[in-house]
Design a protein around this ligand. Structure first.
Ligand SMILES: Nc1ncnc2c1ncn2[C@@H]1O[C@H](COP(=O)(O)OP(=O)(O)O)[C@@H](O)[C@H]1O
Ligand SMILES: [Mg+2]
Length: 226
């Protein structure tokens, strides 16, 4: 079972990787087409080219997320991660969208945990991005909290956003499960699946508590003795 899972994961990785390369080539050609045909085509043709470009950029987002997803279990070495510093970097990277969303982000002081820094960055970035994206009240208030038990850290990302109905709280962790159309909220529906895989790779659990029209809180645990 474990072996066939590994093989499936390897297969998904190779296919996604090849798809990404082909997409990149198609993208270069269509960009050239756009450049060389500038002002030579009618409006309808220009519009069609733009649709192709939008489609490609969406497929690039998808292949990027799928690559990340299939790579989580690929031999990544654990080190001591200063999560307070790592969160600081994540918040700096998100600072433009935080101010565009008119959001106020506060956080407890995080500790040092054992894990893979790159995956912790993806985990926190995904959860904070969702808290920013599914906003409701202005200003959006987001808090990153931490509690501690004997054997684990329990981290949380809490928002005052649109919330999630109880019946969806499990389903949203599956690949491609989204509750809204792309027109309402952009995204691939892979973010929470990546978060779940990352947390489980570190030996923890992840879950969301939420109330529609009040807000959501995503919790995850990281064992202290990894
Ligand atoms: N903080 C949140 N508030 C409200 N809904 C959320 C939140 N986080 C996730 N969701 C719901 O879960 C779905 C899956 O999330 P995710 O896997 O990150 O995909 P994406 O962000 O690409 O839509 C989202 O489309 C949304 O419907
Ligand atoms: Mg997301």
């Amino acid at each position: 079972m474990a072996r066939s899972n590994d093989e499936l994961e390897q297969f998904a990785y190779v296919v996604t990787h090849d798809l990404k390369e082909s997409l990149s080539a198609i993208n270069s050609f269509v960009q050239l087409l756009k450049k060389y045909c500038d002002h030579q085509l009618d409006d309808r043709a220009d519009e069609l080219i733009l649709h192709v470009i939008t489609g490609i950029s969406r497929m690039q987002m998808l292949t990027d997320d799928l690559l990340t997803y299939t790579q989580v279990n690929a031999n990544q070495t654990f080190t001591e991660v200063d999560c307070e510093r790592l969160l600081g970097n994540v918040l700096t990277d998100l600072s433009i969208i935080v101010s565009e969303c008119n959001a106020i982000i506060t956080h407890d002081r995080l500790s040092v945990a054992r894990g893979t820094p790159f995956q912790f960055i993806q985990l926190l970035t995904n959860l904070i991005n969702d808290a920013l994206k599914f906003q409701r009240a202005q200003p959006s208030k987001i808090h990153i909290g931490v509690k501690e038990s004997f054997c684990e850290w329990i981290l949380s990302v809490t928002d005052n956003g649109i919330g999630i109905g109880e019946q969806y709280l499990e389903r949203i962790f599956r690949v491609s499960q989204r509750l809204h159309s792309r027109r309402e909220y952009a995204g691939t529906g892979i973010g929470l699946a990546i978060c779940k895989k990352v947390v489980e790779y570190h030996g923890g659990r992840i879950w969301i508590q939420s109330e529609p029209n009040v807000g959501s809180a995503a919790y995850f645990t990281i064992p202290k003795f990894n």
